[in-house]
Design a protein around this ligand. Structure first.
Ligand code: IPM
Ligand code: MG
Length: 351
């Protein structure tokens, strides 16, 4: 297998390095290459997604990304900013299915800002459509109006086939879990999501074992903090999924724990932590590498179809937490604080 790593910006390089250690230990025969993306791509090649990086990504079997973004690129034209590199690689590789689990490790139940009885045992999966919606819809831009002021435009749009392919993935994932799928929309106001709901209802005929429900996005945001354990799998569009997945991640105490997978129709994937590049703590060896390490576990599960390797990684993480080791973001009074590198080494030791 050929893996391409895209360390990116901020804490990206240090957390990616920890996950690479784990992959090398589990699979000494895999080829692991590296390429720049985001601000690092801009610095190397004047482009947040250099041609060579894109080509290597197309050729690889799977991609492991750190994170992109740094304030120092905020003044660049939009097309050259780090985030564009990420959006373009998602779109170029047709990575339309974004899987964002939010699960709480028992050891971290006190790290959540919600009461333990509301979150203990939490295990939900958000399936976010990643290559359509208002993120990519045309027309878009900032235009001059006749009256002299400017107007910003973005377009929310989904075709039936786009909704159907993400819906199928979500139903199939629900079949492998507790067989409950909640589709999140705003069908009371937005036609795009009225169509979304119609297509989900049509699809459900093919999945009689899955119980489908619907929820408006505002209510879903509320229910996620009121009673998150009512959910099993949630499926939604790009913008709602962006927002709800950040919200769901915080139920687990730290966004530093959560992996994600972005898959194409053949289960080729880009795997990345759900969190950002945290430039404020970059290079200090205090970042939490667990989300990236768990992203590597998802890579074994979804792209390589090696579920046992995935479980080994997850168990090594759990054991390390059990032993009381914590990075700063998940630290509590009874634990031992360690850095990014040591967390990687301890997980490797427990593997
Ligand atoms: C995410 C991020 C990205 C998104 C940004 C960095 C473009 O917030 O992966 O959730 O909005 O999709
Ligand atoms: Mg986001």
């Amino acid at each position: 297998m050929n893996i391409l790593t895209l360390p990116g910006d901020g804490i990206g390089p240090e957390i990616t390095k920890q996950a690479v250690k784990i992959i090398k230990a589990l699979s000494p025969n895999f080829n692991i290459d590296e390429a720049p993306i985001g601000g690092a791509g801009y610095d190397a090649d004047g482009d947040p997604l250099p041609q060579t990086t894109l080509q290597k990504a197309k050729d690889a079997d799977a991609i492991l990304m750190g994170s992109v973004g740094d304030w120092k690129y905020d003044q660049l034209p939009r097309e050259l900013r780090p985030e564009r590199g990420l959006l373009r690689i998602r779109s170029e590789l047709n990575l339309f299915a974004n899987l964002r689990p939010a699960m709480l490790f028992d050891q971290l139940v006190d790290a959540s800002s919600l009461k333990p009885n509301i979150v203990s045992g939490l295990d939900i999966l958000i399936v976010r459509e990643l290559t359509g919606d208002i993120y990519f819809g045309q027309p878009r831009g900032i235009h001059n109006l006749k009256n002299g002021e400017r107007e910003g435009i973005n377009t929310m749009r989904y075709s039936e086939s786009e909704i159907r392919r993400i819906g199928n993935i979500a139903f199939q994932l629900a079949q492998l879990r507790n067989k409950k799928l909640c589709s999140v929309d705003k069908a009371n106001v937005l036609e795009t999501t009225e169509l979304w709901r119609e297509v989900m209802v049509d699809l459900s005929a093919n999945y009689p074992d899955v119980s489908l429900s619907h929820m408006y996005v505002d209510n879903a945001a509320m229910q996620l903090v009121r009673a998150p354990k009512q959910f099993d799998v949630m499926v939604t569009g790009n913008i709602f999924g962006d927002i709800l997945s950040d919200e769901a991640s915080m139920l687990t105490g730290s966004i530093g724990m959560l992996p994600s997978a972005s898959l194409d129709i053949n289960n080729k994937g880009l795997y990345e932590p759900s969190h950002g590049s945290a430039p404020d703590i970059a290079g200090q060896d205090i970042a939490n590498p667990i989300a990236t390490i768990l992203s590597a576990a998802m890579m074994y599960k979804y792209t390589f179809k090696q579920p046992n390797e995935a479980i080994r990684i997850e168990e090594a993480v759990e054991k390390t937490l059990q032993q009381g080791y914590r990075t700063a973001d998940i630290m509590d009074d009874n634990s031992t604080k360690i850095g990014c590198e040591e967390m990687g080494d301890r997980i490797l030791g427990n593997l």
